[in-house]
Design a protein around this ligand. Sequence first.
Ligand SMILES: [Zn+2]
Length: 204
Amino acid sequence: MNLRQCLREPIPEIEIAAHRLSDAVSAHLRGERDLAEELFRQADDKVIWDWLDSVWGKETVHNRPRRILNDPPAIPKDQRVPPRDATDATKRLIHQRDGHYCRFCKIPVIRGKVRSLVHTEYPKAVPWGRTNATQHAAFQCMWAQYDHILPYARGGLSDLANVYLTCAACNYGRGNYLLEEFDLVHPSLHAPRQGSWAGLENFR
Ligand SMILES: [Zn+2]
């Protein structure tokens, strides 16, 4: 069996965009709004959309399961154990463990709350409309997710042991499938990425 860490290896453009976002926030904090605006714009690289669509789109070569297992099965909605999502307290513990990198593909991630703040300050350079086409490519791809390893729909709990930090592609690409259905290695078996990326949390 050919086990893998993620559905598709990330492309270098994502790292380049992350650097630009980080530089944009630094410029913003120095009061250089025009430069920040330009860097946010440059990070909105459409090539990233192509990569993202290839991982989370409908039935692509990268997100077709390698096998279907029926155990454990999906359980009826009214029998699932709440809460549906990790609590804020659990999310804080997840970030302490996982930092601000996807635990599958290792790309930098940004919390939705931070993106909202940036969008409010720079609505033109960081668009966030209702449809994908009107959303910023890098912020979409790098959107921090709290992903159930055993899917919630199949009995997984929203606790620290079962929920890992991931990017949007890794979370939505796998959906309600088991790791085994994609031949994915459990993220606890490969170390979190070490680095200086802090999820743009210093943006104010
Ligand atoms: Zn990922």
